[in-house]
Write a protein that binds this ligand. Structure first.
Ligand code: KG4
Ligand code: ZN
Length: 344
């Protein structure tokens, strides 16, 4: 493929931090030429959650195929790329290693720069793909299976976590409650769907506030309250209305996420607010956030669901800005399962 403009930066991005093997070709950080995702959900469903060893094996099996498809769909070759970006943390170490090793091999063979990308910075950067006008500074709520963070995006590549969960992540709470009411894995989308048939005010579940840290979250008390409610119903022989439990639980999570986010935005004089991560694809959360932002004169941004859950296009978006900042990794790039956000 001929580059239509020599200034264009083409990135091949690879993501394998959890249970999706993904590759994408992204032009100038915001234009997605291909976005291929091979999900392992059906496999992990059998075990009620992600089995790390199985995830790594499946990534090895799929990664070449996914990368070939990403290049083919975009109508490009490895030679057309300006850099190879890859998630190197946080995530499951064995899963991350598959993507990192593959990216290193391709970068070495094709003599291309290698750029290691932070997974959560990728989730945040997913917002750049469909909102060409979005630029830092903005505040972002990242709610995924492993994280619930309020992140101040001060500039490209410059992040500060102003709030975080003290225990469970929001997505983790969705998954655990879904399991308790027999919906299976992954719980988020199933609760989202079932909640539409239930009454969000049927059961009042607790909304945790942390006294000295208004921007922090806690979801383990809420999860325990749901489990206690289910146990009590069982002991008393009361039939559980699962749709009401799903709707009331979801209402409590959304209430906390929205209230904390808006309060933090107001306290920090923020005019632009974004959401990211798997939970950001929740239909009620999106609606509620949109309303709350509107009411407070804040511009609201959210990615389409396909860019909320794990994908490589978001890694291409973040990788582009890392590339422009001069980030280059060597052949010693390693997977870092607990990598800190804004580490460089
Ligand atoms: O970002 P993600 O794909 O992977 C991680 O980096 O963790 O997030 C996965 C999480 C899971 O906990 C899943 O249940 C949740 O996002 N999730 C949802 C929805 N779709 C996915 N939670 C609530 N509502 C949804 N529609
Ligand atoms: Zn993720």
């Amino acid at each position: 493929m001929n580059k239509d403009n020599n200034q264009d930066v083409m990135i091949l991005a690879i993501e394998s931090s959890c249970d999706e093997t993904a590759a994408a070709v992204v032009k100038n950080g915001r234009e997605v030429l291909s976005n291929v995702i091979s999900s392992q959900i059906e496999l992990h469903k059998l075990f009620g959650g992600v089995v790390p060893e199985i995830a790594s094996r499946k990534h090895i099996e799929k990664i070449n195929q996914v990368i070939d498809e990403a290049l083919e769909t975009a109508g490009v070759t490895l030679d057309d790329m300006d850099a190879i970006a890859v998630t190197y943390g946080p995530g499951l170490v064995g899963a991350l290693l598959v993507g990192v090793a593959q990216a290193k091999a391709l970068a070495y063979a094709a003599d291309k720069p290698l750029v290691g990308v932070h997974h959560i910075e990728g989730h945040i950067s997913a917002n750049y793909i469909e909102h060409k006008d979005l630029e830092p500074p903005f505040l972002c709520l990242v709610a995924s299976g492993g994280h619930s963070h309020l992140v101040m995006v001060k500039d490209y590549g410059c992040y500060e976590i102003i709030g975080r969960t003290r225990d469970d992540a929001a997505g983790e709470a969705f998954d655990k409650v879904a399991r308790a009411i027999g919906l299976g894995y992954p719980g988020g989308p199933k609760i989202d769907k079932l909640a539409k048939e239930g009454d969000p005010h049927a059961i009042v579940f607790p909304r945790a506030k942390i006294a000295d840290s208004p921007d922090d979250f806690s979801f383990s008390g809420l999860k325990s309250a749901v489990l206690n409610y289910l146990n009590q119903c069982e002991m008393k022989g009361i039939e559980v209305n699962k749709a009401d439990v799903a709707a009331s639980f979801q209402e409590a999570v959304i209430d906390v996420l929205t209230t904390h986010s808006i309060e933090a935005a107001k306290r920090n004089g923020i005019k632009r607010f974004a959401i990211a991560g798997g939970v950001a694809s929740n239909s009620s959360l999106r609606g509620r956030m949109e309303q709350a932002c509107k009411k407070n004169g804040i511009e609201f941004y959210h990615p389409s669901p396909i860019y909320c859950t794990d994908n490589a296009a978001m890694i291409g978006a973040a990788g582009y800005y890392d590339y422009l900042r001069g980030i280059r990794d060597g052949w010693d790039l390693n997977a870092i399962p607990n990598l800190k956000i804004g580490a460089r």
